[in-house]
Design a protein around this ligand. Structure first.
Ligand SMILES: Cc1cc2nc3c(=O)[nH]c(=O)nc-3n(C[C@H](O)[C@H](O)[C@H](O)COP(=O)(O)OP(=O)(O)OC[C@H]3O[C@@H](n4cnc5c(N)ncnc54)[C@H](O)[C@@H]3O)c2cc1C
Length: 434
């Protein structure tokens, strides 16, 4: 048995690393992988760097943003978001409702008419919310097909609990947008930060550099047992002892590691719905042809739902004279897309990019694929009830939950850091270490 700290943190993504940062010397992290960072890791191939899906640094939470900016001082570029939606073979400014003047006149009319004369329906699910908030035109042309595609779940089977993430456009903006007067949506991320080098992983790396080595990597937690004074955490060959435990790894793993979990809790956990993600890097031997950072694709016959033009983040991210695209594809774990051999997935992406006029095949000089099992918690109609059962159980067990898949929330890294701050303050009070 290794002599351990007072507080054990399971999982070394941004949540676990931030917890260790806020909790100080009495806490340590156990991470399954040989590299910390979880979903915020970056990868490099042949001089092209890419993230596990497009990550940018922004926040509505000024205190957390200030903390991130001070930790990453000197390491960031400030950039302007310039994004588009691909619709009927043209770019429409993102978010779609702010680019109506680029549509055919009949389409713009449909969007505008139904937005201003929208008759609300009873609101039971995400689809109702989309119709009520945007009207039939915007809903059916863009929002429903895009959301069906990314969530792999019909919006009518999803809750609308999480929609504060989606800004609701004022009527003035929609009218201006249809008339071609410039407006901006999602203004909180109109300007964002991105590391000058190293990709988004610079964020977890910097957090890790600030926790003075209090992390054990290559430690996949397999068993957790309660003792009279605290906890024993085991990876099958080594044990650690803690007074207090915080779970910053997916809640699925936590439930698997605990003995004697009531069947109601196990079922609730099995019934949580999530999406996995495949990202395909496409490295091109020519410079970029537009000024976009990303582009969204609602079309069901195009395999990816978003392209991130990674070279937008800086010249360090591609070899000289080159450009790159990171194609994001959601899937269900184990389904046809998830199980597709790499070459087939790449060939499909390249075909779709060529057909839509984004690349010529000979321009492709590098490709790579990364798959992430736990990428998006899905807010299906059962999530809230299932989560309540799991949270109640964890509370009884006195295990705190922190992070995107521990709390099963559609949180960005800034929200995860906020949660880590809240949880660590509570835990320090509880264990009397303040
Ligand atoms: C496509 C995509 C785009 C995104 N874009 C943005 C963005 O633009 N800006 C932004 O701020 N955020 C963005 N996010 C969200 C961001 O990635 C997450 O909020 C954040 O990374 C979550 O951190 P976490 O520590 O909670 O979880 P994770 O990163 O999932 O970390 C969990 C950790 O637990 C470890 N673990 C798992 N099982 C075990 C085990 N048995 N034992 C020990 N360790 C274990 C894992 O290896 C991992 O390191 C995006 C996410 C996705 C998927």
């Amino acid at each position: 048995m290794t002599e351990s700290k007072d507080i054990g943190i399971l999982g070394g993504g941004v949540a676990g690393l931030s917890l260790a940062y806020f909790l100080g010397e009495q806490a340590e992290v156990l991470e399954k992988s040989t590299r910390a960072g979880g979903l915020c890791r970056s990868f490099e191939k042949d001089g092209f760097t890419f993230d596990l899906g497009g990550h940018i640094l922004f926040s509505k939470d000024q205190e957390i943003l200030n903390l991130e900016l001070s930790l990453l001082q000197g390491k960031l570029n400030k950039l302007h978001r310039s994004a588009a939606c691909w619709f009927k073979n043209r770019f429409v400014k993102y978010p779609f409702e702010n680019g109506l003047a680029a549509l055919d006149k009949e389409d713009a009319y449909e969007c505008l008419l139904h937005f201003v004369s929208n008759s609300r329906r009873p609101q039971h699910n995400f689809e109702d919310w989309i119709y009520n908030t945007f009207g039939k035109g915007l809903a059916e042309m863009y929002l429903l097909p895009y959301n069906k595609k990314i969530w792999k779940t019909p919006p009518s089977e999803m809750d609308f609990e999480w929609v504060e993430r989606i800004p609701k456009p004022p009527i003035e903006d929609i009218v201006k947008s249809a008339m071609g007067i410039e407006t901006e949506g999602y203004v909180h991320q109109l300007h964002f930060y991105y590391p000058k080098e190293g990709g988004f992983e610079t964020l977890p790396q910097t957090l890790e550099a600030n926790i003075n080595g209090r992390i054990t990597k290559d430690f996949p937690v397999e068993r957790i047992s309660k003792t009279s004074t605290g906890w024993i955490v085991s990876n099958g060959s080594a044990d650690r002892r803690y007074r207090k435990l915080i779970c910053a790894m997916p809640v699925f793993d936590l439930i698997k590691c605990l003995p004697d979990v009531p069947s109601e809790v196990r079922h609730a956990c099995e019934n949580l719905v999530y999406n996995s993600l495949c990202v395909v890097l496409i490295g091109l031997n020519r410079p970029r042809k537009h000024d976009l950072v990303s582009c969204f694709f609602p079309q069901s016959d195009i395999i990816f739902h978003r392209l991130v033009f990674h070279d937008y983040f800086g010249t360090n991210y591609v070899p000289a004279g080159c450009s790159s695209m990171v194609c994001e594809i959601t899937s269900k774990y184990g389904d046809e897309i998830w199980s597709m051999p790499e070459e087939k997935l790449i060939a499909r992406v390249v075909d779709d990019l060529r057909r839509e006029g984004f690349i010529e095949k000979p321009e492709v000089v590098t490709t790579a694929v990364q798959r992430t099992r736990y990428a998006y918690p899905v807010y299906d109609l059962g999530r809230s009830k299932n989560l309540q059962i799991i949270k109640q159980f964890c509370k009884q067990m006195e295990i705190d939950l922190c992070g995107r898949f521990a709390e099963f929330q559609y949180d960005n890294s800034d929200q995860v850091i906020r949660s880590a701050k809240t949880v660590s303050e509570r835990v320090l009070n509880e264990v009397g270490l303040h």
